[in-house]
Design a protein around this ligand. Structure first.
Ligand SMILES: NC(=O)c1ccc[n+]([C@@H]2O[C@H](COP(=O)([O-])OP(=O)(O)OC[C@H]3O[C@@H](n4cnc5c(N)ncnc54)[C@H](OP(=O)(O)O)[C@@H]3O)[C@@H](O)[C@H]2O)c1
Length: 238
């Protein structure tokens, strides 16, 4: 398949790169001409293949939750960071499941967001950050700790993006098949293609879901939070 040029020349890093959506998104970004960085918590370089089985060039960088600061130099070299890693502890509600859900889904994502927002950009290059929350922000996912951790991330994203100097895109996806959601009925490659198409069309709130409630509730929630947070908080001058 030929390459388009929507992201030509941009260096894009994706966390959770080895997962279903991570790999699907990297393939789409490659087709759009991006230079790829796979951020992985699993060991080993990512072997990324296109539909014909050809190898896609990708730099793999290993990181661990809690050690986000070690990525500071790398983040400064990226034009786009996609925060995509996540876990789903399903029906668990014990102390460790609670800690892990908040640490992986919420706090590490927030730390990466803050590091990227604060990283130097001396040449004033185009920059963006995309955060994969979930439609669990506004709908049940039948996994309470997943919902709590993703909703908290979504709310913090609304708050912190008020002062962001460049686009902060929120990916709100419905159920697709992956290790995290074996019951998902959408296909990760199609979801990633729809995400990239919406981003290229300029959307900051990117929704890919068959659920009409998500299309209704998510824009309302994002709008309501924006108003509420901007009325009751203020920007602190540096
Ligand atoms: N599947 C769905 O139905 C669905 C719906 C809406 C939103 N989402 C969101 O989409 C994102 C990708 O999910 P997916 O469905 O593609 O699941 P996935 O295939 O399980 O991918 C998630 C990836 O996150 C990384 N990860 C797992 N545990 C981690 C940990 N403890 N610390 C850091 N990274 C860890 C792993 O990649 P590496 O080992 O390469 O780092 C893993 O492959 C998640 O944020 C998920 O919440 C999924």
């Amino acid at each position: 398949m030929g390459q388009s040029s929507g992201f030509a020349g941009l260096r894009i890093g994706v966390t959770g790169a080895g997962g279903s959506f991570g790999q699907a998104l990297l393939r789409q970004l490659h087709q759009q001409g991006a230079s790829l960085v796979a951020l992985r918590h699993s060991a080993g370089s990512l072997d990324l293949r296109d539909a014909a089985g050809g190898q896609i060039p990708v730099q793999t960088v290993t990181w661990q939750v809690g050690e986000e600061e070690q990525l500071t130099a790398l983040l400064a070299e990226l034009q786009i960071l996609v925060i995509n890693h996540g876990i789903n502890v399903m029906g668990a509600r014990d102390r460790e499941a609670t800690r892990l859900s908040l640490e992986v889904n919420t706090l590490s994502a927030l730390r990466l967001l803050e590091l990227f927002l604060a990283s130097p950009n001396p040449s004033g290059q185009r920059r963006e950050i995309w955060v994969n929350t979930s439609e669990a922000e506004v709908n049940p996912a039948f996994s309470p700790l997943y919902e709590i951790s993703k909703r908290t991330l979504g709310q913090l994203l609304s708050l912190r993006s008020l002062d962001a100097p460049w686009p902060v895109r929120r990916l709100v996806l419905g159920p697709f098949r992956s290790a995290l959601n074996p019951y998902g009925f959408m296909d990760a490659d199609r979801v990633a293609a729809a995400v990239v198409a919406q981003v290229l069309a300029g959307r900051e709130l990117v929704i890919v879901s068959p659920n009409p409630l998500t299309w209704l509730l998510m824009p309302l929630a994002a709008w309501g939070r924006r108003l509420y947070f901007s009325w009751f908080t203020r920007h602190r001058d540096p």
